[in-house]
Design a binder for this molecule. Structure first.
Ligand code: AMP
Length: 365
C-alpha cells in the first residue's frame, strides 16, 4: 500500500511512523526542504500548485491524504481525479474557511456561538452591534494556533481589531464564556463504521495548545454521548473516511462547536501511547480500507507540547513514565518542536508527575 501525504510536518512524521508498522510506504509532498517526516518516505519538494510535481506525486499511489488544512483545494481536487483522496476535498474546502465550517455545524444541528461574515466596514459595524460584546474577530482563512484573531470587549477594541485584520474576509462570533475546551477525535472507515476516542480536555496559552488530558476529567456519559452524536452526524453527512477532530467549548452540559480539522490532530497525540490504537494508525487504517482499531484508552494520559525551545534532556530522567517525541525541527518562538505524553493507571499518579513535566516543557498555563 503506497500512501501519498500532502505535508511532511510532525503529523506526516507520526503518520509515517504508524504506517511503517502496517507495512505501508509513503510519499510526501511539501515545499519545505527541511521536513519533520524525513527518512519516512520519498519527499517531493515542490510547490503544491506545481502540476509536474503533482504528476510525480500521484504515480503509483493507492490513496492520498493531507496532514494540514491549508493545502490548496485545487491541488487536492486534481489529485482526487487520479487517486482516491480521504478525507474528501469537499470536506477540506469546508474546513479551510471558518464561515463554511460554522455553516456546516449549523446545518447539522450542532450548536455554535452567534456568528456572521463581513468584508466591509459598515457591515462590520452592523454585525458588531448585532452580536454584542465581548466578541471574537477572526480571519475566515489561514488562521491557526490563534493567529489572525482578536477579542473585542468594546467599540475601541472592535475598531482596533478592524485596523489589524481588515482587507481579508472576516468572521465575527460571540465570545463564549466556556467552562473548558474539549475535543473529540472521531474516525470513520470506508464501510461506514465509526469509532470515537474519549473526550480530551485542552488547555491553550496564546492560542497554542499546551496541555491535553485524556480522557477529560469529570465527563458524564451523557456528555460523551452528546459529543459522539455530533461527531457521527458530521461523519455520516459527508461519507467521511479518516480521522476528524472537532473542538468544542463546554458550558455546563452543553457543547458548542468551535472548529474542526479533517485530519489527525495535536489533541490526539496522547493516543500513541495512551490508547489501544493511535489516531495515526486509525487514520491510515480508515483510508486504506482496513478494519479500525480499538479507541479505548489504556489508562490516563497527559500530553504536553514542547514549544519554542528544546527541553533540557538531562531532566527527562526524573520522569520514567513520560514518552518523548522530538520532530527534528530547529527552535523558533511559538514553534511546536515536540511533545511528551505521560500515561499512568490513575489520575493521582499522573498528577504526581505532571507538574515536573510542565516545568521541563516550560508549559506555563
Ligand atoms: P481557534 O483558532 O478558533 O481554535 O481559536 C483559538 C483559541 O481561541 C480557542 O482554542 C479558544 O481558546 C479561543 N477562542 C476562539 N474562539 C472563541 C470564542 N468564540 N469564544 C471564546 N474563546 C474563543
Amino acid at each position: 500500500m503506497k500512501v501519498g501525504i500532502f505535508g511532511a510536518g510532525q503529523l506526516g512524521r507520526m503518520l509515517g511512523q504508524a504506517g511503517a508498522r502496517l507495512g505501508m510506504e509513503f510519499r510526501f509532498m511539501d515545499p519545505a526542504a527541511e521536513i519533520a517526516a524525513r527518512g519516512l518516505g520519498e519527499h517531493i519538494c515542490a510547490a503544491y500548485e506545481d502540476v509536474d510535481a503533482l504528476e510525480r506525486f500521484v504515480q503509483g499511489l493507492d490513496v492520498a491524504t493531507y496532514e494540514f488544512e491549508n493545502v490548496p483545494y485545487d491541488s487536492v481536487r486534481w489529485v482526487a481525479g487520479r487517486v482516491p483522496v480521504h478525507p474528501s476535498p469537499d470536506v477540506l474546502r469546508t474546513a479551510q474557511d471558518r464561515l463554511f465550517e460554522k455553516n456546516f455545524f449549523q446545518k447539522h444541528s450542532i450548536p455554535v456561538p452567534p456568528y456572521g461574515a463581513v468584508f466591509f466596514h459598515d457591515e462590520y459595524r452592523e454585525l458588531v452591534q448585532t452580536i454584542g460584546f465581548p466578541l471574537v474577530v477572526k480571519t475566515r482563512r489561514f488562521g491557526y494556533d490563534g493567529k489572525g484573531q482578536r477579542v473585542a470587549r468594546n467599540d475601541k477594541e472592535a475598531e482596533r481589531a478592524w485596523e489589524d485584520l481588515h482587507g481579508l474576509p472576516l468572521l465575527l462570533e460571540g465570545h463564549v464564556p466556556f467552562d473548558r475546551e474539549l475535543s473529540l477525535l472521531a474516525v470513520r472507515g470506508k464501510a461506514g463504521e465509526c469509532r470515537f476516542y474519549p473526550l480530551v480536555e485542552n488547555h491553550h496559552r496564546e492560542g497554542i495548545l499546551r496541555l491535553s488530558r485524556a480522557p477529560a476529567r469529570d465527563v458524564t456519559p451523557e456528555l460523551q454521548s452528546l459529543a459522539e452524536e455530533h461527531g457521527r452526524r458530521l461523519l455520516e453527512a459527508v461519507d467521511y473516511v479518516g480521522v476528524l477532530a472537532i473542538e468544542f467549548f463546554q458550558r455546563g452540559e452543553e457543547l458548542l462547536a468551535n472548529e474542526m480539522a479533517p485530519r489527525v490532530h495535536n489533541s490526539g497525540h496522547w493516543t500513541i501511547e495512551g490508547a489501544e490504537t493511535s489516531q495515526f494508525e486509525n487514520h491510515l487504517r480508515a483510508i486504506a480500507g482496513m478494519e479500525l482499531g480499538s479507541t479505548a484508552p489504556k489508562g490516563v494520559s497527559a500530553m504536553v507540547n514542547l514549544i519554542g525551545k528544546h527541553p533540557d534532556t538531562a531532566r527527562r530522567e526524573g520522569l520514567p513514565h513520560a514518552h518523548w517525541h522530538h520532530y527534528g525541527k530547529s527552535p523558533r518562538p511559538g514553534r511546536k518542536l515536540g511533545h511528551a505524553t505521560l500515561v499512568r493507571d490513575a489520575w493521582e499518579l499522573l498528577e504526581e508527575d505532571l507538574p515536573s513535566l510542565l516545568e521541563i516543557a516550560e508549559a506555563f498555563l
